[in-house]
Design a binder for this molecule. Structure first.
Ligand code: FES
Length: 154
């Protein structure tokens, strides 16, 4: 009887220990997973590291010359055919004059700081250079990288 009782206590203790170990292991896995998820979020939105500002799928977006995407404070325009970095231009959309968001104008192939949005009429070429004041400096260019059919703006 004493031996059986002793074994029951030991096995119960082991079971408790194993459950505790498993919980600890699960807890560690959960923490690792969260860390990975956080890193992934940083890659997607740039919120964590701030490195990637925008991600474009070139199989569905920016298919034709002068197609553009304006998102997350960035404007990216296709300048030429092909999926080369030189086929695109990406800029921060903030006008260097007073920070109003510029828009891309397909018909004139330029960027415009519209008075309708609070701007003062500055225009910028597809290279981002000022073509009409009062802005005195060009748009802030961003780095473009292409991997397969995924374009990222940094
Ligand atoms: S804010 Fe763009 S021209 Fe003034």
């Amino acid at each position: 009887m004493e031996r059986k009782e002793f074994l029951n206590k030991i096995s119960g203790g082991l079971a408790f220990t194993c459950v505790a170990c498993m919980m600890a292991a699960c807890s560690k896995d959960d923490n690792t997973g969260s860390g990975n998820n956080t890193g992934g979020g940083g890659n997607t939105g740039g919120g964590g590291t701030g490195s990637i500002l925008l991600t474009i799928n070139l199989t569905t977006q920016l298919l034709a010359v002068n197609d553009f995407v304006s998102d997350k404070g960035i404007i990216i325009v296709r300048k030429a055919a092909g999926n080369l970095v030189s086929s695109f231009a990406a800029f921060v959309n903030a006008c260097p004059h007073q920070g109003v968001a510029v828009t891309f104008r397909k018909p004139s192939n330029d960027f415009y700081c519209s008075p309708q949005n609070g701007g003062h009429g500055s225009t910028f070429s597809i290279t981002g250079a000022v073509t009409n004041s009062p802005a005195t400096s060009g748009l802030s260019a961003r780095t473009i990288e292409i991997s397969g059919t995924t374009l990222t703006v940094k």
